[in-house]
Design a protein around this ligand. Sequence first.
Ligand SMILES: Nc1ncnc2c1ncn2[C@@H]1O[C@H](COP(=O)(O)OP(=O)(O)O)[C@@H](O)[C@H]1O
Ligand SMILES: [Mg+2]
Length: 418
Amino acid sequence: MKIIEPKAESAISYGGLIEKIEILRSTLRWASKLERPQIQKLLSQCNALRDEVMQLSRKERFVTATASAGAARKQTTAQRRKALLDRSFVFEGVFGESLKLLDALEIAEKAAPTDLPVLIDGESGTGKELMAKVIHANGNRADQPYISVNCGAIPDNLLESELFGHKRGAFTGASSDRSGKFEAANTGTIFLDEIGELPLPGQVKLLRVLQSNEIQRVGSDKTIDVDTRIVAATNKNLMNMCREGTFREDLYYRLGVIQVTLPPLRERKDEIPLLIEFFGDEAAEKLQRRPVKLSRRLRTFLLDYAYPGNIRELRNIIFRIACLAGDTADFEHLPESIRPDVKEAKPEEGEEVQQQLSLADAKKAASDAAERKFLEQGLQEQAGKVSELARQLDMNRSHLQTLLKKHGLRSKDYRAGS
Ligand SMILES: Nc1ncnc2c1ncn2[C@@H]1O[C@H](COP(=O)(O)OP(=O)(O)O)[C@@H](O)[C@H]1O
Ligand SMILES: [Mg+2]
């Protein structure tokens, strides 16, 4: 669906959007007969519009409202990238010219000096944690504490105490009063990773911090004032969780006053060569060795591969290569699960000819391997449910079946209990 670009000064575009939602709604309400696919289509149009309204409102308030935003829109991506680098924007990594990433970085840059909460979303390994640190480092609290809590890694029954502290005797094992991470991060920033894992009672408490900047230790009535900036991250679709009732909508909107979305690496492939070099240097330094050269076919493979594990996966591969390879790395140094199944070319005499001949094969094999890995991962995530996977990938179900067949993948192997 095509959505009109918002103008910073016009609230009218909202009117238009909301009207569209109403039209869709009333179509649903008053139609004498609607087929199921039609209903679903209308519903998804409604949801898309609703998301768009929220997106517009955030963008309009915090990005398009600033004077530089207008200028940024007229710039090419290369100019926008250069402008970010020229301004003293602290970023402990590399970035390319992908439009989505530049959008994310510019939003982060503007959000950093405010105390507003930021919600970072994106697939696992896309750099959410790095981005949280970037927001902290570019803000007024950079010299104050930065405390990171992974809500998915702490058992539910301990999470509240971890975040808010507890009073002596609040539960078995609470032998003394203890402060939590929110107090530790007072005057600084708390990074709440995997916020979608926070159980509902914890969500209520977090909402309270956002509303009134105060916490209560578990088992205590006393309120404690905290001045803690909240940056949260998730790889879940919180909007869907709100619809399912597993995430509080009011909390979602409070947390996501500013939302920064990190695109997956496959949507910013121009970054891969930069990252290869960045991690190559990092690995060489950590392992105290000379940077590894990449054989031409390995380089081609790495540039084409789909990276379901995103930047983290690329980093792991480069570190593995730097550890295992001698002077030059080749396919054999890749993890076996993604290694293309092609005959090893001898990197000796006639290397050029041999490698050029095998390049097409190597490319095909690499892209096949990437496709297979991607599908395997998807099947794993969806526990073997092909229709779910098709929906996630926005792909025709029968086309997906054909692809699975091509790779000899059987969905039932991924179902629970198999
Ligand atoms: N733009 C980048 N440049 C360099 N390294 C990056 C970049 N983005 C992410 N990384 C690195 O990739 C790894 C995964 O990033 P992380 O922030 O942990 O991802 P997430 O929290 O989304 O799973 C980390 O080692 C991080 O330092
Ligand atoms: Mg993470």
